[in-house]
Design a protein around this ligand. Structure first.
Ligand SMILES: Nc1ncnc2c1ncn2[C@@H]1O[C@H](COP(=O)(O)OP(=O)(O)O)[C@@H](O)[C@H]1O
Ligand SMILES: [Mg+2]
Length: 425
């Protein structure tokens, strides 16, 4: 039994670098939780705090219901696998895998049996007498996994264990790690910046950005129903279309989302309409995944966005259509960009309803300067909508194209990147 609870855990490095900010997260007993986020967002720091390799600046880490901040790594009974799978170069595969048992002074005959058994499960049985220097990257990483597993830790911590491997090996080992770890049923915290690893391996994914938790949920929840624009943009290939829109509540009709010259109407019967109506006249960000757009022959039937096909890109199993539609693309990085931290001692800024009311009282002249739309940055403007096509038959650059929008899958975010409608987990 091993449950991990992080309660408002923060890490400030001695130089003042704020690596993790008030992270609260529970990893259930036996769960495979993937910590996902861009480089530098605080994933490794979080993992190292759980392992006991890095001191916690504020907050509490609980292991199995006990505060663990002051426990040594050994007392926590965790096993770690790192990116480079560091092995003892002068010990054989057998010696490396069996090393933790040797340290624990386990019975040699029993140890030998366990090493052989585990080596078989890892596909290493024919390599037991080889030295690490003679192994491939994938084999070395398997040995590192074996050495971590053999102690039967109560918690398994992995930090980008596949990121030094080439693509084919990564796919193969990803599947193996998933099977192996699940078979053991050991609580696992797995760090990666790779969305495919997260989506394929995780029971639940926790997405981090700039030291903070953006969202946590099952892979389907995170992909289909993300809490923030950052999460929506971080997952999915091609990236989600994020478009600037203004909200207009219209009696009888529903809530109009105006996207340049075009609009989408969310009918009043849709539960999201009430939340959107409270944003009447506001600027928002509309998120539409490329797979929620389907070419249609009838521009007047249902929710449709129209544009000109700028380019078709061959991706082997599909074509990617780049479409100009007179809409404004929003850069995910600007939506989710964090406000500068308040200077120490400054009065805290009211948030929520109070904050919004204050902002209204202050009037627009006191608002922060608005970022220019992404399409004005750089000489080469990216096309405004991306959608996938199974074939290029019937399509040629320059032609008009109409896209039916699956309204149920349209996501609406406020300008600070949070979902307008509540996200239930
Ligand atoms: N030992 C350290 N001293 C100072 N800053 C650090 C140290 N380790 C990491 N950082 C900083 O903390 C932030 C988070 O780093 P890290 O946890 O390694 O991110 P990730 O694993 O998500 O790439 C980064 O800005 C990084 O530069
Ligand atoms: Mg890292």
């Amino acid at each position: 039994m091993s449950e991990v609870v992080l309660d408002a855990v923060s890490k400030v490095y001695p130089g003042g670098q704020r690596a993790v900010e008030e992270l609260s997260l529970t990893i259930a007993d036996g769960e495979f939780l993937v910590l996902l986020g861009p480089s530098g967002c605080g994933k490794s720091t979080t993992l190292r705090m759980v392992a006991g390799l890095e001191e916690v600046t504020a907050g509490t880490i609980w292991l199995d219901g006990r505060p663990a901040n002051d426990l040594t790594p050994r007392e926590r009974n965790v096993a770690m696998v790192f990116q480079n799978g560091a092995l003892y170069p002068h010990r054989s595969v057998r010696g490396n895998i069996g090393f933790p048992l040797e340290i624990a002074k386990a019975d040699p005959a029993e140890s030998a049996e366990r090493v052989t058994e585990l080596a078989r499960a890892l596909g290493l049985e024919r390599l037991l007498d080889r030295l690490p220097g003679t192994l491939s990257g994938g084999q070395r990483q398997r040995v590192a996994m074996g050495r971590a597993i053999i102690r039967e830790p109560s918690l398994f911590l992995m930090d980008e264990p596949l990121s030094n491997l080439d693509a084919a090996l990564r796919n193969e080992l990803r599947l193996e790690i998933g099977g192996l770890v699940r078979g053991l049923g050991v609580t696992t915290l797995y760090v990666t910046h790779d969305q495919v690893e997260a989506l394929t391996l995780a029971d639940r994914i926790a997405v981090m950005n700039e030291g903070r938790l953006e969202d946590v949920g099952t892979p389907t929840q995170i992909y289909e129903n993300p809490a923030t624009a950052f999460v929506a943009a971080f997952l999915g290939v091609p990236p989600i279309n994020l478009l600037a829109a203004t909200v207009e509540a219209v009696a009888g009709e529903g809530v109009n989302l105006h996207l340049g010259r075009q609009r989408l109407v969310i009918p009043w019967s849709d539960p999201r309409a009430q939340y959107l109506a409270s944003r009447h006249a506001d600027e928002v960000v509309v998120g539409i995944r490329s797979d929620a757009l389907q070419p249609t022959g009838d521009p007047h039937l249902g929710a449709v966005l129209s544009g000109h096909l700028r380019a078709l890109e061959f991706h082997g199993h599909e074509w990617l259509a780049h479409i100009d539609a007179g809409v404004t693309v929003v850069d995910a990085a600007t939506v989710s960009r964090r406000r500068e931290p308040e200077p120490v001692g400054a009065p805290s800024r009211p948030t929520g309803m109070a904050g919004r009311a204050l902002a209204l009282l202050r009037g627009p002249h006191r608002r922060a300067p608005v970022e220019p739309p992404a399409q004005h940055v750089g000489a080469h403007r990216r096309a405004e909508l991306l959608t996938r096509l199974h074939s290029r038959d019937g399509y040629s650059p320059g032609m008009d194209i109409h896209l039916a929008v699956d309204l149920d899958r349209v996501l609406v975010f406020s300008k600070d990147g949070r979902r307008v409608d509540p996200v239930l987990r």
